[in-house]
Design a protein around this ligand. Structure first.
Ligand code: NAD
Length: 468
């Protein structure tokens, strides 16, 4: 049986490479090979060579191979989950690394099963036209560190299903999880179809500048997304950009604080807040503000924080020391501006590991950086409102629009409010849940393009009209 140790040994650099440290202890757990532009040329050539045969296998055979890859992931799921917990920090339990490893195989299977039929778009006396989708060719994928294996799967699974070959660069903070996943999946796939090149932002930039890519999928910060958009102009690859967010949640006066507290908590604190579509600012009607804040503090108090590999942990460390500093600064600024820390704050800065306690800040000013910037960590600002139009204006005021949520006892009322919010997904009485058949993507500075479902398959293909 595959173990954490055997999986890690299979992907660790023999010598040299980039040290990868455990965010719970600071200890180096392995070294990732560091690839450069010469490796990029080789990977691109191999992927180009493999692409026509891969495409000619057809949907049925490619889907069969994706299902077989999902079986292989299931067999190694426990080892993969341990590696994710060691490298990225999320706990094994709750919505953590076992959930992530399970999501990888679920997404592989769902992507294999998603139907995509050509569409008859014209059929009358003037003629007939059909819209279908072909492989784009070579897909380049660049990923972040928060859900390394799952987001890699969101990128490569649809691309492979559509007949593309893929070269991907994981985040320099979590290369081992993605290398391990690819090592498992590549037991099933033909050579050259999926290549992972670990390296830093410079390697990502080299990919973006390379003329061989027909399509680039990027998941990461808005800042890097803008740089990629500018740099890709010379070659015009198609782009999917899944960027940062600052999702608002709006609690209407008819919500039940006790009933929604746990879902609100996980909407904000999943993966210790390091999730693109997490709830990042909570607006609560003034009549419920104190009750909701107390109920959330109660949930926070019963969620143990500790190393990801500890079975008891429900919250883990931040993945990087840099992210710890960002959260620490945002909380300090919010407190200095009059925000009240009703729970959390006060991290032990001398202790090993990047542990920042789950923090709730009530009453920060509307323009506090904790409210208007993406914290990407376990600190939630809670803001009372009295007027619905005003709170919707606040929700829409930022230059990002990934997700949002409305919480109410009246679902129809909540849907009306949802329709006025500028975001790619608005959840009702939940936040951040994604499903492989439901398209997901942002608006404004959160990027463009859709992932998941048939729309996700179209995003990694090129449309083709046949007209008679
Ligand atoms: P990041 O932008 O710093 O890095 C992402 C990737 O881009 C890394 O692999 C990095 O090496 C690479 N990169 C850096 N500079 C590059 C360049 N010039 N050209 C090409 N590649 C380059 O983001 P991060 O810190 O890893 O991730 C956190 C951010 O990602 C947050 O803002 C979060 O909201 C966002 N995110 C979005 C989604 C989504 O689906 N919308 C999902 C997860 C994370």
């Amino acid at each position: 049986m595959e173990t954490y140790e055997s999986l890690l040994a299979a992907v660790t650099a023999a010598d040299g490479g980039r040290p990868v440290s455990d965010p719970a202890t600071g200890e180096v757990l392995g070294r990732a090979p560091e690839r450069g532009t010469g490796d990029l040329e080789q990977a691109v050539a191999a992927a180009r060579t493999a692409q026509p045969d891969w495409e000619s296998l057809g949907h049925e055979e490619r889907s069969r191979l994706l299902n077989t890859a999902a079986d292989a992931v299931d067999r190694s799921a426990e080892a993969l989950a341990h590696l994710i917990s060691r490298e990225q920090g999320k706990p094994l339990n709750g919505p953590g690394s076992r959930f992530e490893a399970g999501g990888v195989s679920a997404w592989l299977r769902a992507t294999a099963a998603t139907p995509l039929e050509p569409e008859r778009v014209l059929d009358d006396e003037s003629g007939q036209a059909t819209l279908g989708y072909r492989a784009a060719g070579l897909v380049g994928a660049i990923g972040p560190w928060n859900w390394p294996a799952l987001i890699a799967t969101w990128q490569f699974a649809p691309a492979l299903r559509m007949g593309n070959t893929v070269v991907m660069k994981p985040s320099e903070h979590t290369p081992l999880s993605v290398l391990a996943l690819a090592a498992i999946v590549n037991r099933v796939l033909p050579e050259g179809v999926l290549t992972v090149l670990p390296g830093g932002g410079d390697l990502g930039a080299a990919m973006v500048a390379h003329p061989a890519f027909d399509k680039l999928m990027f998941t990461g910060s808005t800042r890097t997304g803008r740089a990629i958009t500018a740099a890709s102009a010379a070659n015009l690859p198609r782009l999917t950009l899944e960027l940062g967010g600052n999702d608002p949640g709006i609690v209407l006066p008819d919500a039940d604080p006790a009933a929604i507290a746990e879902d609100l908590f996980w909407g904000a604190f999943i993966n210790t807040g390091q999730t693109c579509a997490a709830l990042k600012r909570l607006y609560v009607h003034e009549s419920l503000h104190d009750e909701v804040a107390e109920a959330l503090a109660g949930v926070a108090a019963r969620m143990p924080m500790g190393p990801g590999t500890d079975e008891a942990s429900m919250l883990g460390p931040l993945t990087t020391a840099g992210q710890f500093r960002i959260v620490d600064d945002l909380v300090a600024q919010a407190a200095a501006a009059g925000g009240r820390l009703i729970t959390g704050g006060g991290p032990d800065r001398e202790a090993p590991g990047n542990f920042f306690p789950a923090t709730l800040v009530t009453g920060p000013p509307a323009d506090a950086p904790l409210v208007v910037e993406e914290q990407f960590g376990p600190a939630l600002p809670i803001i009372a409102y009295s007027d619905l139009d005003e709170v919707i204006t606040h929700a829409n005021a930022l230059d990002v629009g990934l997700g949002a949520s409305v919480w109410s006892g009246d679902v129809e009322r909540a849907k009306q409010v949802a329709s006025r919010i500028e975001a790619g997904t608005i959840w009702i009485n939940k936040h951040g849940t994604v499903h492989p058949m439901v398209p997901f993507g942002g608006v404004k500075g959160s990027g463009y393009g859709l992932e998941f479902g048939a729309e996700g398959l179209k995003s990694v293909a090129v449309p083709q009209v046949i007209a008679t």
